[in-house]
Write a protein that binds this ligand. Structure first.
Ligand SMILES: CC(C)(COP(=O)(O)OP(=O)(O)OC[C@H]1O[C@@H](n2cnc3c(N)ncnc32)[C@H](O)[C@@H]1OP(=O)(O)O)[C@@H](O)C(=O)NCCC(=O)NCCS
Length: 197
């Protein structure tokens, strides 16, 4: 896996990058989120403020982060603990404390080199530090690259979630992927964490 990958807390000054990446067709086909700068400012600005306020960043808040390869910002990620209603909806066993995450690499020339796998491992380490004992993510069944990336990070397909999302009028099924239990040890090759707790 590439050296020098790290997560860092998202800053307000990074929001223009998010807008730019979210507007890219290669990203928006898979990470379906409005790219409009006002929306990004409102939604992700609030997340930054909430994460700054929270004593335990995993509790009830979505923690937004920026991915770096050396000094270059290359993508976005977020992690959170799943609420009881989400566990029920996804039929995840409440015997675990479930964490979730999402990510994309906006600098697409870095796709397919192992960066995604290392970044996912880094997010799993953050989730474990917040008390998660298991992790889950749902991903469009047409996103083979992400599915493979998550498998390389240790997750496996649990079941199909029919019609989980509608994108440009197209109803999409997702895979629910999970890893339970999360190992106690940080996986080798996982992206590190720079600054802020
Ligand atoms: C998903 C994403 C984070 C993965 O990052 P990445 O750096 O490309 O991932 P990796 O290189 O670690 O792993 C990708 C794997 O998928 C494989 N792959 C590529 N295209 C594939 C496809 N169509 N079907 C199956 N596997 C595929 C690669 O060969 C690689 O596996 P390998 O190492 O065994 O050869 C990145 O591609 C991305 O940001 N995509 C757009 C946004 C997105 O999909 N986000 C996730 C939403 S749930």
């Amino acid at each position: 896996m590439p050296e020098g990958l790290a997560w860092q807390p998202l800053q307000r000054t990074d929001l223009h990058l998010l807008s730019r990446w979210l507007a890219m067709p290669e990203v928006s086909r898979y990470f379906t989120e409005p790219a409009d700068p006002a929306h990004v400012e409102q939604k992700y600005g609030s997340r930054i403020a909430e994460a700054d306020r929270a004593e335990d960043p995993g509790q009830g808040v979505v923690v937004p982060c920026l991915a770096y390869l050396g000094a270059e910002p290359i993508g976005y990620g977020q992690y959170y603990l799943l609420a009881p209603d989400e566990l029920a909806q996804l039929e995840l066993p409440p015997s675990f404390r479930w964490g979730g995450f999402d990510l994309f690499i906006g600098e697409t020339r870095h796709w397919g080199r192992g960066c995604g796998t290392s970044l996912v491992l880094g997010l799993l380490t953050r989730l474990r530090a917040c008390g998660a004992t298991a992790a889950a993510i749902d991903v469009w069944v047409g996103n083979g690259r992400a599915v493979r990336c998550y498998e390389k990070a240790g997750l496996s397909i649990t079941r199909r979630l029919p019609g989980r999302e509608t994108w440009q009028g197209e109803e999409r099924d997702h895979w629910l992927m999970s890893l339970a239990p999360l190992s106690d040890e940080a996986a080798p090759g996982g992206a590190g964490w720079r600054g802020g707790g």
